[in-house]
Design a protein around this ligand. Structure first.
Ligand SMILES: C[S@@+](CC[C@H](N)C(=O)[O-])C[C@H]1O[C@@H](n2cnc3c(N)ncnc32)[C@H](O)[C@@H]1O
Length: 387
């Protein structure tokens, strides 16, 4: 099978976990870029990347790379590509763009130029053209233009890979599935210890954690991938990948709670849709009253950030989180993500790690609190003795 360059896109801060996942798939020439990881692989690796990577948003296959010195250049270079290798008259297509260039202040205009070049080439050579369908196209083409450097790619994923296909409903501020999986993998947890999300909302962290612990491929629930519409789609190869032996026995408890009955109902529906009801325990509970059922484990949670909360209630809620962790969760590592730095300060514990992440457009800090019995000073002494 021939090899080619593949680009996996992700969120800022998750590039290194994504590179680790790609390395585990056996890729070659892995390079970490800004919000992306590039590597070399064949068709099978491209299918496996779509099916198995938890922290990739899209898997792109670059088909042309060129310099653009004027707007017409983009049209002319695009028109030189032999598009009937990738697109047939009966198929629909759409063009997405990521543009940072003085030539194209309007991103849509770059998409439009590429679309025009493709349509004109088909019309001139065949007298007919494929249709454009921005919402649900068969083939997605991606334009990446930084300054004068342009890369045209085929989007092998189709809809973003965060759309796993298990979500039956969403609460007020659900985490993106790729971000949730990335947050879990950043901690190094793979199911070794019990996992708790005490403010679980719609259950995204719980479901992603259960999938990691059980080895469930993130692509398992998806109905389709972009590459299934490509002329070279190898169905037998993709079936073999989907029928692989990925699942393992789970050796930890995964439990979630939330103060809101409505959110717990949504989480329950999502967990059922992911066929994980037997793996994840759920209950309605104020975090202030939560009592751990094991002596140690990991807590990963995203409390409300407070866009709709008063500063006073944010500091009260985060102080309560800190107190509860200190009083009841000695032996646990707690990871909290928030865009509210004041809120995080109100937790009143010293984080052992801080990682910068984005939740959508919101800059967040993701912090680890190692919870020991007694004072931090005593804990440091104990830790030194043990090591
Ligand atoms: C940002 S949302 C979590 C979203 C969740 N990660 C998801 O993906 O859907 C924060 C959640 O904290 C819950 N919450 C707020 N105060 C709480 C408390 N004192 N105890 C437990 N849950 C609380 C809210 O009901 C809300 O569901």
């Amino acid at each position: 099978m021939s090899k080619f360059k593949i680009v996996a896109k992700t969120f800022a801060g998750l590039e290194n976990v994504l590179a680790d996942e790609i390395r585990a798939l056996g890729a070659e020439s892995i390079s970490v870029e800004r919000r992306a990881v590039t590597f070399i692989g064949d068709q099978a690796l491209m299918y496996r990347a779509n099916y198995l990577l938890r922290t990739a948003l899209k898997i792109l296959r670059p088909i042309a790379e060129f310099e653009v010195v004027s707007r017409e250049d983009l049209y002319n270079h695009t028109k030189k590509i032999q598009w009937n290798k990738y697109l047939a008259i009966g198929k629909s297509f759409a063009v997405d763009s990521t543009v940072q260039s003085e030539m194209f202040l309007n991103t849509m205009y770059a998409s439009l130029k590429v679309k025009d070049a493709i349509v004109d080439q088909f019309r001139e050579s065949m007298g007919k053209r494929p249709s454009v369908n921005p919402e649900n196209p068969d083939i997605r083409i991606n334009v990446y233009l930084m300054g004068s450097h342009c890369i045209l790619s085929l989007d092998s994923s189709g809809e973003s890979l965060h759309k796993r296909g298990y979500r039956a409903g969403q609460g007020d501020a659900p985490l993106n599935e790729v971000l949730a999986a990335g947050m879990i993998l950043l901690t190094g947890w793979h199911g070794e210890k019990d996992f708790i999300d005490p403010m679980c909302g719609s259950g995204t962290l719980l479901i992603e954690a259960a999938m990691i612990a059980k080895g469930i491929p993130p692509g398992m629930y998806r109905k389709s991938f972009g590459f299934e519409q490509w002329p070279d789609f190898n169905e037998t190869l993709f079936d073999e990948i989907c029928n692989g032996d990925y699942e393992k026995e789970i050796n930890c408890k995964i439990s979630g709670s939330d103060i809101s009955i409505k959110d717990i109902a949504i989480a329950r529906a999502n967990i059922k849709s992911a066929s994980l009801s037997k793996v994840i325990e759920l209950h309605t509970e104020d975090f202030a009253n939560l009592v751990p059922t094991s002596p140690n484990g990991i807590i990963i949670t995203n409390p409300p950030y407070g866009e709709r909360m008063k500063p006073q209630s944010i500091s009260e809620l985060y102080a309560l989180i800190g107190d509860t962790l200190k009083k009841r969760f000695a032996g646990f590592n707690a990871w909290v993500i928030s865009s509210s730095l004041d809120g995080l300060k109100s937790i009143g514990l010293k984080p052992s790690r801080k990682i910068d992440l984005f939740n959508g457009a919101l800059a967040c800090s993701y912090r680890c609190y190692e919870l020991f019995q007694g004072s931090h000073k005593q804990a440091v002494i104990i830790k030194k003795r043990l090591s």
